[in-house]
Design a protein around this ligand. Structure first.
Ligand code: AMP
Length: 304
């Protein structure tokens, strides 16, 4: 922990029921969604507040669990209808999720509203969700110190023009390498990142699954490998939990320097590694600071 002060970090994104199959098992309609994975990771360093919608079918015990984890769900509303449902599977190569169903359900008509206090928040994360909703929330934020965004191929293909608008308005972009190439139409990663930073954002994090991440900042770029696991089970939410660790850490720091950004990326990497060890948030929900510290020592040993 940097200074023990946890700042509110607002996240708009999906709160979902996920049906996932990997070579190591499967779950049906388990707790998931970009905002859930993000918050579960970010709670270690910040006070996440979820802005999202669920349907009447969303189990009450999930709400209780999120609250118990210290996640503020006052702006998680329940509407008539069904909760967002994502169904996908992974083959032996856990790096690639194959989507079978994306059922937006209550998200199709969702109009996210920040509370008055949330409009004044310093830190805002637009997790993976329809770019129109991301844009809508970004417009409501009055005094952000920074704003960050994640997205995926689904939205690059189906809502590119709003995605371009929202990316222009944020400071930090997180995307995986395939998505950044798809979004910019540029194969060379440095040139692809340049196309994004030319539009406004100053930090771009390129996520590369089990190969780790490369972080581009105004003061240079750096790479981190992922923490290699013997018992990887389900990578769903790895990108969101990386974002949670990364931005959660960053939100503790008043004026982040390059070393702070590097440490934030370390935290993202380590928190995401716990997530991959179980389905849904089964592993992530029990991680504490001491577990991160222990893993950090092991991780440092594998770096040159
Ligand atoms: P990740 O593995 O980090 O990309 O995140 C997976 C999570 O994203 C799952 O829990 C899904 O519910 C959620 N998800 C999948 N597709 C979408 C989508 N199109 N929009 C928002 N969230 C999604």
């Amino acid at each position: 922990m940097k200074n023990g002060i946890k700042n509110p970090l607002i996240v708009v994104g999906s709160v979902a029921l996920d049906s996932v199959k990997t070579p190591f098992g499967q779950v049906k309609k388990a707790l998931g969604g970009s905002a859930v994975y993000f918050s579960c990771a970010a709670r270690l360093f910040s006070k996440p507040e979820i802005v999202a919608v669920v349907g009447k079918d969303f189990p009450k015990e999930h709400l209780t669990k999120l609250k118990k984890l210290g996640i503020n769900i006052d702006s998680l509303i329940t509407e008539n209808g069904k909760t967002f449902h994502w169904q996908g599977y992974y083959n032996q190569n856990l790096n690639e999720a194959i989507t079978q169903k994306t059922e937006l359900n209550v998200f199709a008509d969702f109009n996210p509203q920040l509370s008055t206090a949330q409009t004044q928040a310093k830190y805002l994360f637009l997790a993976n969700i329809h770019p129109t909703l991301q844009l809508n929330v970004l417009k409501q934020a009055k005094k952000p110190k920074w704003t960050a965004l994640d997205t995926m191929n689904f939205w690059i293909e189906s809502a590119k023009s709003d995605l371009v608008k929202v990316i222009k308005g944020v400071d930090i972009v997180l995307m995986n390498d395939g998505e950044i190439r798809q979004y910019t139409g540029e194969d060379n990663l440095q040139k692809a990142v340049r196309k994004i930073t030319d539009d406004g954002p100053s930090i771009v994090v390129v996520k590369r699954g089990e190969y780790g991440a490369i972080c581009f900042t105004p003061n240079g770029h750096f790479a981190l490998p992922a923490y290699l696991l013997k018992d990887a089970m389900d990578p769903t939410g790895a990108g969101d939990s990386f974002a949670g660790g990364f931005l959660g850490w960053l939100s503790q720091i008043n004026k982040p320097k390059l070393d702070d950004i590097k440490h934030a990326a370390l935290m993202g990497t380590l928190v995401a590694s716990f997530n991959v060890q179980g389905f849904s948030i089964s592993e992530l929900e029990s991680v504490r600071g001491a577990g991160i510290e222990k893993r950090l020592k092991q991780y440092r040993k594998m770096l040159v």
